[in-house]
Design a protein around this ligand. Structure first.
Ligand code: LLP
Length: 422
């Protein structure tokens, strides 16, 4: 459930009509709903009720400081994958012990920054990384709390580009090798083994892959404990899919995911860590754009909007479906006709939707791309020298610009022409 709905014929974010935001910040813009972010966090947290748990928001999904702050206020932990994300989590007041540092290629500098911040857990993905982390920790005179990310060789049945738990994927340590890696970790004085970590992919729409992976993790925890190791945390990663409104995917409910967690790892008595990104932010954000032109092509019409693939890359990159809705509510009998919704970037891939049935829209009309709160603004670029889209946060009847649109001068000011080109 989200807090974007038509009121008095206009699509609103909570109590704010989107045209009001458009008039104030221009288009395109991202808008997030605080109430929806909070609701999704609570749904996930409550799905794990009864367990000792830590819900760490995956910052990569939406790293805006205001969004992070809204979640931190509720007690969310954060899953970070770079020093930049670590700094963001710390900047919004998340205590180090509620931060998990994941990622397949942490540098020594990033390890040192995370150790200084006192992060609660490093998810280590290789023996090479383990050795490096041990060395950095010893130099600093501390011990790094470590979970080894295991690769359970489970097919998450999701898009190939966001599947991470199969043997051929670059992530983690093969689960069969894990006991040997743990034995090595236990012998390193800069390492404190605290847990086991797994993450099998993203936008997962079935429970079976989770069930298989978590059951393998539970088996590993028992083996490791029998070997004398203290395993007090089990990190199950993120990945639970969301409904992309009006697409035909029907992901499981968080409540049912929680039942799988309880059934598989609940009896271990460990703290359960989860790292949801999309589940919390995905349906808490929209990308709002204006139609620039309506153009008749050969046998099809194009709606050219002022947002493009650089602003929301998911359709181009993953063939992702985003529901597209007019901001002015169409009448119940308004005729719909198929139209290709495209951006201005010079690539055919800059196509948001093909033959999408939509009511007739004309230049100047506003449209909203739904389910764009996760991996939308976070993956945006300045391709075609287009400014990064501003982000707006709504709470009730208030809204504030939480990242403004840069000026062209600001964008160019990061670059310089060497003297020798004078
Ligand atoms: N934990 C780890 C270790 C991850 O790699 C990810 C996502 C998450 C948690 C959060 O997963 P989520 O709950 O959001 O599914 N850009 C792609 C998604 C990439 C996901 C990468 N890892 C997209 O737009 O679909």
């Amino acid at each position: 459930m989200d807090h974007f709905a038509y009121h008095a014929g206009l699509l609103c974010a909570e109590d704010v009509p989107l045209p009001d935001i458009a008039a104030s910040v221009g288009t395109p813009f991202y808008v997030y709903s605080t109430a929806t972010l909070e609701r999704h966090f609570r749904v996930m947290d409550e799905a794990l009720a009864g367990l000792d748990r830590l819900v760490c928001f995956a910052v990569k999904a939406c790293g805006n400081l205001a969004v992070l702050r809204a979640l931190a206020r509720l007690g969310a932990g954060m899953d970070v994958v770079s020093e930049g994300e670590l700094r963001r989590a710390l900047a919004v007041g998340v205590p180090g012990e509620r931060i998990v540092f994941a990622g397949v290629g942490k540098t020594r500098a990033e390890m040192a920054a995370a150790l200084s911040a006192g992060v609660g857990q490093f998810n280590v993905e290789s023996e090479q990384e383990l050795v490096a982390l041990d060395a950095v920790a010893r130099e600093m005179g501390v011990r790094a709390p470590v979970a080894i990310r295991v690769n359970p060789d489970v097919d998450a049945l999701t898009h190939a580009k966001i599947s991470t738990g199969k043997a051929e994927d670059k992530f983690g340590v093969p689960i069969a090798r894990a006991p040997a890696v743990y034995a090595r970790a236990a012998a390193l004085s800069g390492i404190e083994v605290v847990g086991v970590d797994v993450h099998i992919g993203s936008q997962i729409t079935a429970l079976e892959p989770f069930e298989q992976a978590f059951a393998k993790v539970a088996g590993l925890v028992e083996t490791l404990r029998a070997d004398g190791l203290t395993i007090r945390r089990v990190d199950l990663g993120g990945g639970l899919g969301i409904p992309y409104v009006r697409s035909n995917e029907a992901p499981p409910l968080p409540f049912d995911y929680g039942a799988v967690v309880r059934r598989t790892v609940g009896a271990l008595g460990a703290t359960v860590v989860v790292e949801p990104g999309r589940l919390i932010a995905g349906n808490a954000g929209l990308l709002v754009a204006a139609v620039i032109y309506r153009k008749q092509g050969e046998g099809r019409d194009f709606l050219i909007v002022d947002a493009a693939m650089n602003d929301l890359i998911r359709p181009a990159m993953y063939d992702a479906w985003h529901d597209i809705v007019p901001v002015v509510e169409p009448g119940p009998d308004a005729p719909v006709a198929p139209v290709d919704v495209v951006g201005p970037v010079c690539e055919t891939g800059d196509t948001f939707a093909r033959a999408r049935p939509l009511p007739r829209l004309e230049a100047g009309d506003l449209v909203a791309f739904r389910s764009a709160g996760a991996y939308g603004a976070a993956m945006a670029s300045e391709y075609n020298a287009r400014p990064l889209v501003p982000e707006v946060l709504v709470a009730g009847s208030r809204f504030d610009v939480v990242r403004r649109r840069p000026t062209y001068d600001e964008m160019m000011s990061r670059e310089r022409i060497p003297d020798w080109l004078d």
